[in-house]
Each structure stands twice: as C-alpha cells, then as structure tokens.
Design a protein around this ligand. Structure first.
Ligand code: C2E
Ligand code: MG
Ligand code: MG
Length: 670
C-alpha cells in the first residue's frame, strides 16, 4: 500500500469522525512554506492555524471549515476541540513518518521492510522523547503501555516504572479517557499527582486510536505550572499597586464586598477608613516625584504596622488609602485605630536628606449603619475625610447623615446654578450706602440674588459657599462684574453719574492676571469710569497671601478702581499689611455693629477700628445698621458711612433707581 503524508492527513481527519474541514500542513522551517500535505489555497480570515515545532523543524497546520460545515454550524467551539485532538494525534503521526524519511512512498515490495520498520520505530521513539509534552499510550483498561521521556520528568518516575501504571494514578480524575476525548478544552484542565504526591496542573488532550483491532488512547499532557505562575503574576499586576505592593482600587472593591458578605452572615460590624495625606502635592512638587514615592511607601508601611492580619490596606491612587477593619469592633476600637493612623502619619519623613511633614486626614464609615455596600461605604468615608480636612486637617471624622445631606445639597445647588446662569435666574440687588452725618445716598453694594424655578429664593449664604467650593463663583462673579458695568454705563447715560457701585469679589476671582485682563476688557466694552466701581474683598481672602494681595491691589488702583476690605474684624489682619494695601475703605462687619450699644467689647473694637482707619487715611463703612441707636453711636465715634436696613434693604436695580429718583430723604434725628 501507499503511505504518504497527504493520505495520513486524510486518514487522521477521517478517524476523527469529522469531515467538515480542509486541512493542510506546510514546512516553514526555512522561511518559505513548503507544502507537505493537503492544499488550502490562499489563507483566509477564519483559518485555524497551529504551529508545531518538532525535531528541529517547524510546521504549520491549517484548518478551514468547509462551506457546508459553516452553513450547518455557527459555533466555533467544537471546531477548536477537533483541531486540538487532531493536531495531537494524526498530525503527530504524519510528522513522525515524514521526519523519519518517509516523505514519498513506502512500497510494500521493499526488500528490507522489516529492518526499515524497526529503524522507523526507533526514530519514532527518539522523536517522542524529544517532545516537551508528556505523551502516553493507554490501553482500554486504563493502563500505560508507552510513555515518553517527558512523562517521566513530569511525574518524577523512572521511565521504566511508568509502563504498567494506571493512568488514574497519574491523573486521579482523568480515568474516563473516552469522555475526555470529546470534552471541551476548558474541561481538560486537571490535576496530576507526581511521585511525591504533589499536585501538578495539567492540560490533557486525548485521542482514541485503533491499532489493529485493539482500541487505545493517546494522551498528551501539558504542564501548566509555568503558565499558571505567569497568570498569577498578571493577576498581581492587575490587582496590586506596584509602588507600595498594596491592593489597588479594583482588588479592594472585590475584597470589601467579600468582607461585607462575611460580616453580614456573622452579624458583625466592619469599618472603612479613608485616608488622604495632607500637603502631599506640595511635597511632591517641591522635593520631586522620587521623594513623593518614598513618602507614599513610608506611609503605607506605617499603616501596615498598625493593622492586624484580618484588616485590609489598599491604595486607591495618588495619596489616598483605604483601611478596612474587620472582626469584632467597637466605636472605641475604630477610633483608636484612626487616632493611631493620624499620629503615626504625622511623624516627619526622612526623604533622602530632606525632612518632610505630611500628616493625614481620615474619614470613617461603619458597616452597616453608614452603608450596606462597598461603594457607599467608601463614598461616605470619603465625605467624612473631606469634613476632617475642612476641620483643619491632621484629624479624623466619623461619617454622619448630615454630611451626606450637605453633599446632596451641594450637588443639587451646583447643578441648578449652572442652569440659572444660563436661564437668567440670577439678578443683581442693590443696597444703598449712605453718608453717616447726612443720610445722603452715596452709592450701593451689589448683592447677588437667585430665584430658582424649583427652589424659589435661595439665600447667598446658602449658594455662595457652594459656588466658591465648586469654582462656579468664577463665571458667576464674572457675570456680576459685567452686569454691574452695564448698569453703571446706563446710569452714566441717564446722568446719574455720581453713585458708586461696590461689587463683592470672591477669593477665587482675586487671582492676578486673569482678573486684570477681564476688567480691562469689560471697562473697554462698557466705556465706564473705573473710579465709579469699588471692588470688595474680604479680610480673610486678602490675608491668605498678603504679598500677592498687595501687588494686585496696586495694579487695580493704577487702573482707577476703588478698593475695600469687607467683613473687617472677622479675620486676622496684620496692621503692617493694612498699611501697605492700596485700599480706600474698610467695612466693619455687621457682627460688631449688632450689639454695639450693649456690648462694651464691640463698642471698643468699632471705635478703635474707626480711629485706626482714619490714621491710615481710610474711610469706614459700618455694615448692618438697623437701629437709630446704632446710627447715633457710629456718628458719635466719627464713622463715615453706613449700610443697613435702617436706610434701605437690598432691592432690584429698577426699584433702586426709583428710590433715588424720589430723593427719599433720610434725615438724621438730631
Ligand atoms: P456682604 O458682602 O457682607 O454683604 C452684606 C450682607 O449683609 C448682605 O447679605 C446684606 O443683605 C446684609 N445686610 C445688609 N444690611 C443688613 C442689616 O441691616 N441687617 C442684616 N441682618 N443684614 C444686612 P446677603 O445679600 O445675604 O449676602 C451675603 C453675603 O454673600 C455677602 O456678604 C457676600 O459676602 C456674599 N455675596 C453676595 N453677593 C455676592 C456676589 O455677587 N459675589 C460674591 N463673591 N459674594 C457675594
Ligand atoms: Mg460685601
Ligand atoms: Mg460684609
């Protein structure tokens, strides 16, 4: 009979009981693709290709489903199974014959057939022993009748001891070879036992073969240890923060959900601590990223030292960490961990020559009270951390429902404010400012009002802080500036050109070049006289960076704007700076005016402020004057101007125009 590779290939296909595909094998060892068996024509997209290195030569096997198969089957699963089985048996046989020199024809009539066959068998054995995978032949009783060298290496048995062993003793769950022969590849990953009794992960492919009348199984066993190890490495990379070796955000979520499930089952509490390092960005920027990294590693180590086995420490990213406390907990024990974290992280760090002080703010959320799931607990701990930061950093806060409400309110207002800014939901109100002695109106303060379609009137004390925190105050304040200039221009056209308008500037707006450029632009657009406009900046904002304030105030004055310090007395002014600031007026905060007649302290402060301001050549405006008595007192102390309900409430610009037109006489009582 005639044996050639092509026939072998066909036989292998036939034996697999599957004729739904074309197959071909090429020798690619020398770069060019030398056809060995089968013809496939041009490669196509859905060809399934397998590389096979064998005895120093490289082959490529290609499979392509026939048109009929593709029509009948849509899933590729069985296709893959088939290919794998086929590859491992039929192809192997074909290859062995090829390599043993039977490239063309073996003729029956060759005289030394027996010798050749023996020779071939020897070469076949050599090839098998060169294979990296364990290859065994098992008889119908499950007993090994042949095994290659790799089998001995894999299981640790001396080669001669393998023959006669049961396959089940090597692979305890692999005894049903007939089932494995048709199983999906993912079901063929089993655990082997080596001679020491250790587990070895294996992928097994099994093909039934008929030799004469006897049925055997050829099994190829691949050691998955290395593959699993590299999978574990990939898993580690995906789940861990490479800098600190801690779990990352992803792993934390998984871990926390597991812990919560446990806590729920055992009716136990759990605590989530959100830790944010204080001043980390500053250190990172000034000392460099290497130092920043060192600090993060140091902080992680300090926290690790404080925790028990059952606790979890993870890094969310940047300078944010999470600690999950599990097991029996009380509010006191959680507090004590939070205290120790704050204390430990407040110790200075030695970062390659430099000493850095960082500290941290910690927020705590408790399961189940503050949240039932990982995401809620982390979010609430985060809110509590922010509250701790607002409280001046370097401390911790437990989450409270009020924090949640505040955050909701914050989001709601921020959201509605953007809408209002676009839909003209904001309006300027004006509150008159009068000369103390005569009651004559000399100008007005511009106060922002918000009438929301859904929320109604929202007080500035409610929305200004939200706008400040979200940064929304910048576009909002810009709108106020524009509207004020527009009003001034209108007044100028109407001949009302002696009234000055005061605008409140947020600290966020008070930022050098952008503010100056914007003011120049608006002044040019509306053609107003800058000296009719006063910019109010609060004492606290002015003192945040006094040197920058000093420079900016000077540039504003050069442009002709009037300048005032608002809410004077509520912050900490340095007298030295007050002298250096190019300002025109000081506005005494309402808080001092309120009890001026009854509280001697307030009376002294107001009198002293007036004296101080006058000595610096500044004018004094008293805010919040509501009673005749307050007015009298201020006049007695030689205050200059006043603003308050006694004279006028804040009112819409149109009404204010009318208020002036009627020349409302504000006559001081004698
Ligand atoms: P402020 O700049 O100190 O404004 C004075 C506040 O005192 C105004 O409150 C005014 O309505 C109130 N007021 C005036 N006279 C009296 C009085 O006799 N009795 C009492 N009880 N209150 C009086 P308002 O309008 O609620 O504004 C509160 C704060 O919101 C302002 O304090 C200011 O800091 C801020 N604000 C208002 N409009 C703006 C704005 O356009 N931009 C910025 N950045 N802040 C603004
Ligand atoms: Mg003001
Ligand atoms: Mg004020």
């Amino acid at each position: 009979f005639v044996l050639n590779a092509e026939r072998l290939l066909e036989q292998a296909i036939a034996r697999s009981g599957f004729d739904g595909f074309h197959a071909a094998m090429v020798d690619v060892t020398d770069g060019a693709a030398l056809p060995v068996a089968g013809i496939m024509g041009q490669p196509q997209r859905d060809d399934y290709r397998v590389g096979l290195a064998f005895a120093g030569r490289n082959y490529q096997l290609s499979f392509r489903p026939t048109a009929a198969y593709k029509e009948a089957e849509t899933g590729a699963g069985s296709w893959m199974v088939l290919s794998a089985g086929l590859l491992m048996t039929g192809m192997l046989g074909a290859l062995m014959l090829l390599i043993s020199g039977e490239r063309a024809v073996i003729e029956e009539q060759v005289a030394d057939r027996t010798a050749r066959l023996r020779d071939r068998e020897a070469r076949l054995e050599a090839i098998l022993d060169n294979a990296a995978d364990a290859i065994v032949t098992v008889d119908a009783m499950g007993i090994l009748v042949s095994a290659n060298a790799a089998t001995a290496r894999l299981f640790g048995y001396p080669p001669q001891h393998l023959i006669g062993l049961s396959f089940g003793s090597l692979v305890p769950n692999g005894a049903e070879l007939a089932r494995l022969a048709t199983a999906a590849p993912e079901d063929c990953v089993l655990e082997g036992r080596n001679v020491q009794g250790e587990a070895v992960p294996l992928s097994i492919s099994v093909a039934p073969v008929l030799m004469g009348r006897e049925a055997f199984f050829v099994c190829i066993l691949r050691d998955l240890t290395e593959q699993q190890r590299s999978q574990e490495r990939i898993y580690r990379l995906a789940h861990h923060d490479p800098l600190t070796g801690l779990e990352n955000r992803f792993a934390l979520n998984v871990r926390l959900e597991q812990q919560l499930a446990l806590a729920r089952r055992h009716n136990e509490p759990a605590a989530v601590l959100f830790i944010d390092l204080d001043h980390f960005k500053k250190i990172n920027d000034s000392l460099g990223h290497a130092a920043g990294d060192k600090l993060l590693v140091g902080a992680a180590e300090r926290m690790k030292d404080l925790l028990r086995e059952v606790d979890t420490l993870a890094r969310l990213g940047g300078d944010e960490f999470i600690i999950v406390l599990a097991g029996p907990l009380t509010p006191d024990s959680v507090t004590s961990v939070a205290v120790r974290v704050v204390e430990s992280l407040s110790q200075p760090y030695q970062l390659g020559g430099a000493t850095a002080h960082s500290g941290c703010s910690v927020g705590v959320a408790l399961f189940p009270n503050d949240g039932e799931d990982a995401a809620t607990l982390i979010r609430h701990a985060d809110m509590a951390m922010y509250a701790a930061k607002r409280e001046g950093r370097g401390n911790f806060q437990f989450f409270s429902p009020e924090m949640n409400a505040a955050t909701h309110e914050h989001l709601l207002l921020e959201n509605r404010m953007w809408g209002a800014l676009n839909a003209e939901g904001f309006e300027l109100y004006l509150q008159a400012q009068v000369e103390l002695d005569t009651g004559r109106v000399i100008g007005a303060e511009v106060l922002l009002r918000w009438n929301d379609q859904e929320l109604g009137n929202v007080e500035p004390s409610r929305f200004i802080p939200v706008a400040e925190e979200s940064g929304m105050i910048v576009p909002l304040g810009d709108w106020v500036l524009g509207q004020t200039m527009k009003l001034l221009a209108q007044w100028q056209r109407e001949g009302l050109d002696e009234l000055r308008l005061s605008v409140n500037l947020s600290a966020r707006q008070f930022s050098g070049a952008p503010l100056l450029a914007r003011l120049d632009e608006l002044v040019a657009q509306y053609g107003i006289d800058p000296s009719l406009m006063e910019l109010e900046i609060t004492e606290t904002a002015a003192m945040r960076d006094p040197e920058a304030t000093r420079l900016l105030l000077r540039q504003l004055r050069t442009r002709g704007f009037k300048l005032a310090i608002d809410d004077f007395g509520t912050g900490y002014s340095s007298l030295a700076y007050l002298k250096l600031f190019a300002i025109d007026r000081i506005k005494i905060d309402r808080g001092f005016v309120k009890d001026i007649e009854h509280n001697p302290n307030d009376a002294v402060i107001v009198a002293a402020t007036i004296g101080l301001a006058h000595s610096l050549g500044l004018t004094v405006v008293a805010e919040g004057v509501e009673t005749q008595a307050q007015w009298r007192f201020l006049r007695g102390k030689h205050g200059d101007e006043a603003q308050g309900y006694l004279f006028a409430r804040p009112m819409p610009a149109g009404e204010f125009r009318e208020f002036i037109r009627l020349q409302v006489q504000l006559v001081p009582d004698a």
